[in-house]
Design a protein around this ligand. Structure first.
Ligand code: NAY
Length: 291
């Protein structure tokens, strides 16, 4: 995983007006993002509306992206599902399709025990040769340091996507688990903090929309220019908080269209800003932003 660093959008999944996977739009947003300098792609995660999709659709989305990327940047496939069996099916498909790494949320909803979660990651990593990025996110239940340590001991689990609301553990992971355990900071509004605490890269939703701002934060932190990083983070956060209060995935998709790459519709029950009235209101509110 050590070669997968930098700014990695958790790619949105474009659907058409009938909620079908929109392969043409998918290809065009991939080109748009590569053209803007991003360092990798993270597919079918929460931003990618994975849990709204069938396994076949998730497989197809990955195939389309791998075909479009053609090895120019690394592709990480989020293969998380609640049952190990479904995740293994996606993981083995991802390996065959040409993904560079896997990632998965822990199984959620039933409140699985720590041993069951360890078993989940062990079974998946035993089923392919791809490195696995575990996913620490409040929506699926946060791990805590001892659990992260146990996960890091599983052969094949080589890193973590860290979307917890505090960052002190990032430093502790690097100190106590090791520098080679790769960390991707997952809260876009704290990208500067995650990177300055030692994260190797950042994976998140808003890198679909304003990747340059985060490429700037990444470079500024790496070169020690914290004043510049903070200034860019403030700009990013104005856009993030504006979107979070509105329906963020749909707002990101519509914002991408304004910038030249129409990312299509969201699946219900998410809403959209596609009708003239709600789009005009979104634009007007956005123009009122202070920064
Ligand atoms: C994914 O799996 O799509 C992600 O990488 C999600 C990361 C996002 N976190 C959540 C909980 O959705 O990008 C963040 C998040 O949207 C952003 O920080 C705004 O809160």
């Amino acid at each position: 995983l050590s070669e997968i660093t930098g700014v990695i959008p958790a790619l949105v999944t474009p659907f058409d007006e009938n909620e079908n996977l929109d392969e043409a739009r998918m290809r065009s947003i991939v080109e748009f993002l590569i053209g803007r300098g991003i360092n990798g792609l993270y597919l079918t995660g929460s931003t990618g509306e994975a849990f709204m999709m069938t396994l076949e659709e998730r497989k197809r989305a990955l195939e389309v992206v791998v075909d479009q990327v053609k090895g120019r940047i690394p592709v990480i496939a989020h293969i998380g599902a609640i049952s190990t069996r479904l995740s293994i099916e996606l993981a083995q498909h991802a390996e065959k399709a040409g993904a560079d790494a896997l990632s998965s949320v822990p199984p959620f909803y039933w409140g699985f025990s720590q041993d069951q979660v360890i078993g989940y990651y062990t079974d998946i990593t035993n089923s392919t040769n791809l490195p696995m990025i575990a996913y620490n996110v409040p929506l699926a239940g946060l791990f805590g340091f001892d659990m992260i340590k146990r996960l890091s001991e599983i052969k094949g689990v080589e890193g973590i996507k860290y979307t917890a609301p505090t960052h002190f553990e990032i430093m502790r992971i690097k100190a106590e688990i090791g520098k080679d355990f790769i960390i991707y900071s997952g809260a876009d509004e704290m990208a500067m903090s995650g990177l300055s605490f030692g994260a190797d890269g950042i994976i998140g939703s808003f890198y679909n929309l304003i990747p340059e701002t985060f490429l700037g934060i990444y470079d500024a932190v790496k070169s020690g220019d914290m004043a510049r990083a903070k200034d860019l983070q403030e700009t990013a956060n104005a856009i993030i908080f504006f979107s979070l209060s509105r329906n963020p995935i749909a707002a990101i998709k519509r914002g991408m269209a304004w910038l030249g790459a129409d990312a299509g519709y969201c699946r219900k029950p998410f809403g959209n800003f596609y009708d003239a009235e709600s789009e005009a209101k979104l634009k007007e509110d956005f123009r009122g932003l202070k920064r």
